[in-house]
Design a protein around this ligand. Structure first.
Ligand SMILES: *Cc1c(COP(=O)(O)O)cnc(C)c1O
Length: 436
């Protein structure tokens, strides 16, 4: 059985019991209750090291800055871990900047993305002296210049350029097409750089692109990078220095058994080769910035859930679990597929097909459809939705007055509670009854 799970590194069956590293999921359920997000520290470290090794082993990559995209999973313990491993961070809000700082992250390794940076977000990032603002519009450039002036700062910037390549992913997470709201148009970028170069409180440091998420084909990334290099050549020719190229995030992971996720080498080496060639030809020392999110945390996490009821119907069978779309929104939002594993296996058991659904009053509230489980599955059994480390907890909500669940980090046979389960009282603590 453990072989067929080999893509969920560090999550395997031992004595027919699903484990995260050396800890049985059933023990975690007993100690911390369900639903529960369970992360493997080993997988988080391996994911970071996989990127780091490829970068370190390439002459154009050994001074690269790996900025973990906080929005994939912003738990302080996870940020702390990546920070200790040497990562910087890609943030999209002032709130994420505060998380990074609270986790001991280094602001000088932070890049700030997003189409709607508010005045207070910008002020906080200037005060923290972040590495770079990834500017997404001309209007943002002027706002940044004004705020920097007011606070006696110079804002380091790159433009997020939209290279107009099709990332071949889900439309909701594709961001690099002309019709998307992100970035500045490729054809306007050179003029914008010339404009920015004249602004007193702006310092141009780089160029940036991010074409989408859950990319399983590396060719659009390489294509985008080639287009960016052509632009860099023109920007350089205009006398403007580009110190870094930020290639964004987006590298996909394997959710389904028949998916193949590209290796980090196969993604980064063609890009690093192109960069090295460019630097040699032009006598430049442009460095790389990366913003991986999902690939760093996705397969490091699982959502542990308890079976509340089973319902056998004429056309469908249901397993009703205690986790729901508010805990793991990806199936409802993107029709995303997560492997769902029984915590205890019985290879002899006869199987039936079930939809795994939550208690929320929405038909979209499902974790998985048409899954096979033992026909004697019953209340009190445990299931685990795999690959839930990215965009799981970070997208969760309190819909239906449900508390957000607890999170634990497993390392060998040690377990640390890294987020306590919310209390019901906390859900309405900021609310008031009528004052008359
Ligand atoms: C979401 C996002 C990322 C991370 O994307 P992943 O697919 O999780 O790697 C990186 N950069 C930007 C600008 C993003 O919006």
């Amino acid at each position: 059985m453990s072989n067929s799970l080999s893509f969920f590194e560090n999550f395997e069956y031992k004595n027919n019991q699903l484990h995260c590293e050396n800890v049985a999921f059933s023990d975690l359920a007993q100690k911390f209750a369900t639903p529960l997000f369970v992360y493997s520290r080993g997988v988080l470290e391996n994911n970071f090291n996989e990127f780091n090794q490829v970068l370190k082993n390439h002459p154009a990559g050994n001074n690269a800055l790996l900025c973990y995209a906080v929005k994939a999973n912003g738990n302080l313990a996870i940020l702390d871990l990546f920070s200790q491993l040497g990562a910087g961070f890609d943030i999209v809000s002032g709130g994420e900047l505060a998380r990074v700082m609270a986790a001991g992250g280094d602001a000088s390794k932070v890049v700030f993305s997003g189409v709607g940076k508010s005045e207070s977000d910008i002020r906080a990032a200037l005060e923290a002296n972040i590495h770079c603002f990834n500017v997404e519009s001309e209007a943002e450039l002027y706002r940044l210049n004004e705020i920097a002036k007011k606070h006696g700062k110079v804002a380091p910037i790159s433009f997020r350029v939209n290279p107009n390549v099709d990332p071949k992913t889900h439309p909701y997470i594709s961001t690099g097409l002309k019709k998307n709201k992100f970035g500045v148009a490729y054809d306007n970028a050179l003029d914008l750089y010339k404009t920015a170069a004249k602004l007193e409180f702006i310092k141009i440091v780089g160029i940036d692109c991010h074409i989408g998420s859950q990319l399983l084909d590396v060719s659009p990334c390489v294509e985008a990078f080639e287009k960016i290099l052509l632009l860099v050549e023109k920007i350089n020719a205009a006398g403007i220095n580009i110190a870094h190229i930020d290639i964004g995030g987006g590298l996909g992971i394997r959710y389904q058994r028949d998916e193949v996720a590209p290796k980090v080498t196969d993604y980064l080496n063609p890009i690093l080769d192109l960069l090295q060639k460019y630097n040699q030809k032009n006598g430049t020392k442009i460095t790389l910035i990366l913003e991986p999110g999902r690939r760093m945390v996705g397969n490091a996490g699982a959502l542990l859930m308890n079976v509340e009821y089973t319902k056998l119907g004429e056309t469908k069978n249901f397993v009703v679990v205690d986790a729901a779309m508010n805990d793991l929104m990806r199936p409802a939002l993107y029709d995303a597929w997560h492997e769902i594993l029984p915590v205890k296996t019985d290879s002899q058991a006869e199987e039936k097909i079930y939809d795994v659904v939550g208690p929320i009053c929405e038909t979209g509230d499902f974790i998985g459809k048409d899954r096979k489980f033992a026909s004697q599955i019953q209340s009190g059994d445990l299931l685990a939705a795999m690959s839930a480390g990215a965009y799981g907890m970070s997208m969760s909500s309190n819909y239906n007055a449900r508390v957000r669940v607890a999170e634990v980090l497993v390392s060998g046979d040690k377990v640390q509670l890294i987020r306590e389960r919310e209390t019901i009282q906390s859900l309405f603590a900021n609310e008031k009854r009528l004052d008359h």
